[in-house]
Design a protein around this ligand. Structure first.
Ligand code: TSX
Ligand code: MN
Length: 593
């Protein structure tokens, strides 16, 4: 079927025309409009089981769950092949690879020419966010990958309801995707923010292929958000319910390998649970926020599922994630046990018989699961999933948290003095690399607001956009910075992390309510040891000093590094951010003398 069902002469004309245009270019054998129904999903799965794209897992332990093995050279996002194509190079900024839009289209259309011969072209209408929310935005992905369709069905609100909304609104983000030949030399992920268009070729993997996620909900949406006055952020959203039954919502940005999904699904320590504290999961990766009529920021999770990293997920680190993925889950590039259960490093039970490539497991031939192996699962399967995640109005955000993995310098938690300082704290974010990401361990990388790979425009303009929210009538969240990864002189972690992070979240919310103490320092407000509930958390004197103190000399050097980093963006960098940095540097120098 070449056109959307029952749509002649409607506001779907633009969509129908685009689909025909793409079909003329890519030459598919057939076109399938996806309605998101169970029967459609079952037919897709049947095809993929037949051709080996999906391997059914043990039906007793993991009903309706599958393993997908990707091409071994197609296992992660590819930043060096990811482009932002704006008319002006400076609009993409030093934080993006740029190509002129005409060149980008020519390059991509050359790759797409005839690429779907003999294949089915799937047309996937989807909605990012609750289907009836004014904060949500729609898109259509055209793909030749049934694996992408199955994942998009879990990760987005896909199908008939999204198509109806697109018909009502008449606008949508266009995403064109083909796996091509999975040739790393013929692979590009290109974004055309001015046209609300994405073209992705040559990869079937997650962030490169599920275009609703990083491509739409972050790179294109960040551009849309700037023009429309909202924020598209790489943040988890959680609800923290206190014993009085009041829930505060927190949005938090961390670079990769800091445990964002674990924090989003946190289980409070035993004593807190008995007292009635609860953590509700709204989202684990992306947050769209906009000011409401009361001046507060209201947030939705644009996604409907979790595309989480499997290795390290265990009953100890994240029982809610583990509970979520016992059924109706697609696993990608994990290992397998002898009885066909998914297995990965850090799972803590069972042992692998096959590695992620499908070879017999050999402990000398690398890990069983690829370090970037994933599970795809509906958020509704998470025991801590918040009912408010489906609220079309979104949830009001009380606190924004930035964080990174820093073995030294950065204390457990501090609070920014005001919004502009908080924006600087986000802009200066950095994290030390782990082996999983790069091979080079412990190197500090700046990753402003965890958006380095995902901001669809110039970071200087992005910081200016953030600063602009501090306007008349705004009731903005407080901004905090955390570091769960401070190490002692012996190289061991000083903070227990995981569930005990709730103690830090509790302090933040009490700060928001004006019920917790702190000391003002040049870097922000730091809790004294007695301001955080540490009952049952024995800390050495070194741990107290390093988690709750700060080293002026070392911070002076850090501020110097932050200043140089801001300068890399040239004169477009907002002066307000530079003067924040100078204000802090001067205050540090004054108190040192
Ligand atoms: O996710 C993590 N969080 C956030 C949890 C809500 N991780 C795992 C990071 C890799 C994705 C952490 N690792 C955290 C953390 O707070 N903290 C640490 C460091 C750490 C590791 C092991 C221990 C303690 C701290 N183990 C013991 O103390 C026994
Ligand atoms: Mn992410």
């Amino acid at each position: 079927m070449a056109v959307a069902p029952e749509s002649a002469g409607s506001r779907l004309d633009a969509l129908n025309q685009w689909v025909l245009e793409v079909a003329r270019l890519t030459r598919p054998e057939r076109i399938q409009w996806c309605d998101g129904s169970d029967s459609e999903f079952e037919a897709l799965v049947e095809r993929m089981e037949a051709d080996g794209t999906l391997l059914p897992l043990n039906p007793d332990t993991h009903p309706r769950s599958w393993l997908h093995r990707s091409h071994p050279e197609d296992v992660a996002r590819v930043e060096h092949l990811t482009f932002v194509c704006t008319s002006e190079r400076d609009d993409a900024g030093p934080n993006n690879h740029w190509m002129a839009p005409a060149d980008g289209h020519a390059r991509m259309d050359g790759l797409f020419d005839g690429c779907m011969r003999g294949r089915t072209m799937y047309v996937i209408p989807y909605c990012m966010g609750p289907i009836d929310s004014p904060l949500s935005r729609c898109g259509v992905e055209i793909t030749d990958s049934p694996y992408v369709v199955a994942n998009m069905r879990i990760m987005t609100r896909m199908g008939a309801a999204a198509l109806a909304r697109i018909e009502r609104e008449g606008s949508f983000v266009r995403g064109l995707h083909s796996v091509g030949e999975l040739d790393p030399d013929r692979r590009f992920i290109m974004h055309f923010p001015e046209e609300l268009t994405i073209k992705s070729f040559g990869s079937g993997y997650g962030g490169n292929a599920l275009l609703g996620k990083k491509c739409h909900a972050l790179r294109i949406a960040s551009h849309q958000a700037r023009t429309e006055g909202w924020l598209a952020e790489h943040m988890l959203i959680l609800g923290l319910e206190n014993p009085e039954g009041e829930t505060h919502y927190i949005a938090a940005a961390f670079p990769s390998a800091c445990g964002k999904t674990n924090l989003a699904m946190l289980i409070p320590p035993e004593g807190y649970r008995q007292d009635g504290w609860k953590v509700w999961t709204v989202g684990d990766d992306i947050c769209w926020m906009r000011p409401g009529s009361d001046g507060r920021l209201y947030a939705i999770n644009p996604e409907a599922g979790f595309f989480g990293v499997a290795p390290g997920t265990s009953m100890a680190s994240n029982p809610n994630a583990l509970a979520s993925i016992q059924r109706d889950t697609i696993f990608t590039n994990v290992g397998l046990t002898a009885d066909n259960q998914p297995w990965w490093e850090g799972l803590g039970v069972g042992e692998p018989a096959f590695d992620w490539r499908g070879n017999a497991y050999d402990c000398n031939a690398g890990p069983a699961a690829h370090p970037n192996s994933r599970f795809t699962v509906s958020a509704r399967q998470c025991p801590s999933y918040s009912a408010e995640a489906e609220n079309p109005a979104g949830v009001p955000i009380s606190a924004i948290v930035f964080g990174g993995r820093r073995a030294s310098l950065v204390p457990l938690v501090f609070e920014a003095r005001d919004w502009a300082h908080g924006v600087l704290v986000g802009a200066a974010m950095g994290s030390e690399t782990t082996a999983a990401a790069t091979g080079a361990v412990g190197v500090m990388r700046r990753d402003p607001m965890a958006m380095k790979p995902f901001c669809g425009y110039n970071f200087a303009d992005y910081f200016a956009h953030w600063l602009s929210f501090d306007s008349e009538g705004a009731r903005l969240p407080k901004i905090f910075h955390v570091n769960w990864f401070r190490k002692g002189d012996d190289g061991k972690f000083l903070w227990p992390g995981f569930g005990d992070n709730l103690r830090v979240l509790e302090w933040m919310i009490k700060r928001v309510e004006g019920r917790a103490g702190a000391v003002d320092t040049p870097i922000g407000a730091l809790p004294r040891v007695e301001d955080v509930n540490l009952d049952g958390v024995p800390l050495t004197a070194e741990a107290r000093d390093k988690l709750f103190g700060f080293d002026r000399q070392a911070w002076l050097a850090e501020l110097d590094g932050i200043g140089s980093y801001l300068d890399e963006y040239g004169p477009r960098m907002p002066a307000a951010l530079r003067s924040e940095q100078q204000r802090i540097a001067v205050a540090l120098a004054r108190t040192t003398a």
